[in-house]
Design a protein around this ligand. Structure first.
Ligand code: CTP
Length: 400
């Protein structure tokens, strides 16, 4: 079988050195990679490095090997084009269809999926010009992954870092696995909650649950590969941020509610995969609660937490918004699931049976997805990403 053909575009940012690692991962996992750097990127990493690592000649402009019409052939023959790093200038050129070098020509001739991994200073990323270019590209079906937050060039920190090359590789792998199809969540904003809330009792103790957050992260990763702008609101997972998602952090149910409602205001889809504590201690002790000899412990009084899913579904920020809930049930799984779907008012409910093999924290899952329109989709035991993709298939068909 032919190796999948990948074009790795590199534009002129300091993060170009990280693309060497991405290139290695792609070639070592059996991809035929053609590197197309921009002229300015060669200030950071030279053509010899790209040529040696890819095993192919490297050119930045359209005037070399003209008889082979490289400005057309390279893009036409690709199964995937990934640009990492994509500078603000590259995003602008791609959004406006400029073609003044080999990489921008390749972007115009490619008919395969395109992934752009922007990296730049925070101000450049946040500038309305860049944001509008990104929105345009996403609307057209380009997968633009959100930059990571962290140390930038020099002493600054903020949003704009190129995500970890291993994570970009995973995005490429998922996009390639989907084949030459349009990313069906392109131009959509999806909000996903993940993890489990902790309700503090005193400075050292809390009421919590065993949710690992892995299913929510799988939803975030697969949504990125399907072209969505992803906001992930995580609670106490301790997991590394998935590449391409905006990650917000919440501790308690009240904090999670605030973050989810804010992000949901312009969302096309809200998925509540987090395990939200139904109750919290009525009182928070500012000092550690001490045991006293000869005394029974004081009872803990609980109060109800807001039901975020019911609130999001009941007061949709946008009438066409799709709302998805999760439910973990131990008995009468389907009957309880149907009843919960009705009670919460969501469009889809992913029902897990909690039991022996299906423990919290595992890499795999099995579920049935119930739909408000009566649909019922069985998802066999398998990777959490497979369940996530089934959820997105069902969401996507409802988005119209
Ligand atoms: N959920 C929520 N806010 C809460 C509790 C739950 O948004 N305070 C959401 C969860 O994120 C999940 C769904 O509701 O998507 C179902 O959670 P579950 O705990 O199974 O539902 P409960 O309403 O708590 O039902 P039960 O009586 O079975 O505990």
């Amino acid at each position: 079988m032919d190796k999948p053909k990948v074009v790795l575009g590199v534009s002129g940012g300091i993060a170009a050195y990280k693309a060497c690692e991405l290139l290695r991962r792609l070639t070592e996992s059996g991809h035929d990679v053609r590197v197309v750097p921009t002229e300015s990127s060669l200030h950071f990493v030279g053509a010899a490095t790209w040529s040696a690592l890819s095993g192919h000649p490297v050119s930045t402009e359209v005037w070399k090997d003209v008889h082979e019409v490289p400005h057309v052939r390279i893009g036409q023959g690709a199964d995937l084009v990934v640009v990492a790093p994509a500078t603000a200038d590259m995003l602008a050129k791609a959004a406006h269809g400029l073609a003044d070098d080999l990489l921008t020509n390749t972007l115009l001739t490619a008919r395969c999926p395109v992934v752009l991994a922007p990296a730049m200073h925070t101000e450049m990323w946040e500038h309305p010009a860049t944001q509008e270019n990104v929105a345009t590209l996403r609307r057209r079906g380009t997968v633009v992954i959100e930059p990571a937050v962290g140390r930038l060039t020099g002493v600054d920190t903020g949003k704009g870092r190129l995500p970890d090359p291993g994570e970009i590789f995973e995005v490429c792998r998922r996009v390639l696995a989907r084949g030459p199809v349009e990313p069906d969540l392109a131009g959509r904003h999806v909000v996903i909650s993940a993890g489990g809330t902790r309700e503090p009792l005193d400075p050292v103790r809390y009421l919590g649950n065993r949710s690992s957050g892995k299913q929510g992260y799988a939803l975030a990763r697969t949504a990125v590969a399907r072209g969505a702008r992803v906001t992930l609101v995580e609670a106490n997972t301790g997991l590394p941020d998935p590449a391409g998602a905006d990650v917000l952090h919440a501790g308690t149910a009240v904090q999670l509610r605030e973050a989810v409602l804010k992000a949901a205001a312009d969302a096309d889809v809200v998925v509540m995969a987090a395990a939200v504590a139904d109750f919290r201690p009525a009182e928070y002790a500012t000092g550690k609660i001490k045991k006293k000899d000869g005394q029974e412990p004081a009872p803990i009084t609980l109060v109800r937490n807001p039901d975020i899913l019911a609130e999001v579904a009941g007061e949709r920020a946008r009438p066409e918004q799709i709302v998805v809930g999760f439910a973990a049930e131990t008995d009468n799984v389907l009957a309880n699931g149907r009843e919960k779907l009705r009670r919460k008012g969501c469009d889809l409910l992913v029902v897990n049976e909690v039991g022996e093999r299906r423990t919290f924290g595992s890499e795999e899952n099995e579920a049935v997805v119930l739909a408000a329109d009566g649909g019922e989709t069985q998802v066999p035991y398998g990777p959490k990403e497979a369940l996530a993709d089934t959820v997105w298939d069902l969401v996507s068909s409802r988005l119209g």
